[in-house]
Design a protein around this ligand. Structure first.
Ligand code: PLP
Length: 408
């Protein structure tokens, strides 16, 4: 008899966005003619930039010839892309990485979910709260999160990030083995300063803690002093794995490509105290469970690093950040408390009058026909907030803001 992994049964029935879709569908049935604008799900809408499209066409043409055809590629990614990453994403920031420390993947979701396989099931974990749900759910699946009561997992240390602490998480008051950090943050759109990030690296060095640092939105940083990578902080290579994604940087949510950095210096301990290099372990894991990202996607990603690619990607990001500015401006002028949206494509809105996230979500849907994401779906400290995304068109964004003005 095959016994099921019962940890899966502890997960909430539906993924947050499936719940939202269900509620929006109910609304559609009773309001078939309503023109709904979604500022909810974090998917991009602008087309791929010309440099990427050209590179993809070229790669397809190569694959159509006997000489240029490629089958399985290296599990860790093609050298051409790993070299471009090292040279463009890290060297200009004074970070020296070797291509063997880069693992190209099919987007950051897989690796942020899978990375926890590298550590024993009984490690303790800490997360900033609210947070991208994949971090906790992937730990639930393996039994590391424990049991849930009142919306909290008993083996997870929650580090609240709310308006009250200016979205700066406090260091845990106990030793935690693994910490997930995400900056710029999804869902709050807030960022971390170098000084604050240094505190985390020092905490990790002191406590032998492993940091999983999700930098999926680093391309949206506008201010000069905000760190784009945790490796800008001295000592971070000894304690941190970092995740990058081309999804929001270059509209690759459908193309699928990203990468993970596992520095050679990073180690974790066996029960006997032997230090094991995680780079080797992750390489071994990927070779067993992953057959690489398509050649076409990797050529597409490489094109982002050409001068034209860089300029075109910047333009698209500026387009979305224009939306973020419009949203911040409108919502602030309505007297609402608004966070994020300055170095990230997310606006985190405090629900007025102490109402719940889901109640405000429904009111916005029924009164303005605009969809947001209830903050509580990202963790207990998200209650009382909703997330709005800047990934729509200028026209939809302007129309949504006009409707919110009328409604509020
Ligand atoms: N990390 C964060 C914080 C995200 O918000 C997302 C997607 O929304 C991802 C990772 C995964 O992105 P992808 O798998 O498309 O690279």
């Amino acid at each position: 008899m095959a016994l099921v992994n019962e940890h899966f049964l502890k997960l909430p029935d539906n993924y947050l966005f499936a719940d939202i879709a269900k509620k929006v569908n109910v609304f559609k049935v009773s309001h078939p003619h309503a023109n709904i604008i979604s500022l909810g799900i974090g998917d991009v809408t602008r087309p791929l930039c010309p440099a990427v499209v050209e590179a993809m066409h070229k790669a397809v043409d190569e694959m159509a010839t006997t000489k240029g055809f490629r089958g399985y590629g290296p599990e860790q990614g093609y050298q051409f892309l790993r070299e471009a990453i090292v040279k463009n994403d890290f060297l200009p920031r004074g970070i020296h990485l070797d291509p063997s420390e880069i693992f190209v993947n099919d987007g950051a979701k897989s690796d942020t979910g899978n990375i926890q396989e590298l550590v024993r099931w009984d490690n303790s974990i800490g997360v900033t709260d609210p947070i991208y749900p994949v971090y906790i759910d992937s730990n639930v699946m393996i039994g590391r999160a424990g049991e849930v009561t009142d919306g909290k997992w008993n083996n997870v240390t929650y580090l609240p990030c709310t308006a009250e602490n200016n979205f700066i998480p406090q260091l845990p008051d106990r030793r935690v083995d693994i910490i997930y950090l995400c900056y710029p943050n999804n869902p709050t759109g807030t960022v971390i300063s170098k000084e604050e990030l240094r505190k985390w690296v020092n905490y990790a060095l002191k406590n032998d803690t492993l940091i999983f640092y999700d930098a999926a939105y680093e391309a949206y940083i506008q201010e000069p002093d905000i760190p784009h990578s945790i490796y800008e902080i001295k000592g971070a290579r000894k304690v941190a794995i970092e995740f990058h994604s081309y999804s929001k940087t270059a509209g690759f949510t459908g193309v699928r490509c990203g990468y993970t950095v596992v520095p050679k210096e990073l180690t974790a301990s066996t029960l006997e105290g032997e230090r094991i290099a995680l780079n080797q372990l992750w390489y071994r894991r990927q070779c067993t469970k992953f057959n690489g990202t398509s050649y076409i996607s990797q050529r597409a990603a490489e094109a982002i690093y050409t001068p034209e690619g860089k300029e075109q990607v910047r333009e698209t990001i500026a387009y979305y950040m224009d939306n973020a500015r419009t949203m911040r401006h409108t919502l602030t002028s309505l007297g609402l408390e608004v966070f994020g949206g300055e170095n990230a494509p997310y606006i985190w809105l405090k629900v007025p009058n102490g109402e719940s996230s889901w109640r405000f979500f429904e009111q916005m849907l029924y009164n303005a026909h605009v969809v947001c994401t209830p903050g509580v779906g990202f963790g207990p400290s998200g209650e009382g907030y909703v997330r709005l995304t800047a990934f729509g068109s200028h026209e939809d964004c302007a129309e949504a803001m006009m409707r919110l003005k009328k409604w509020i």
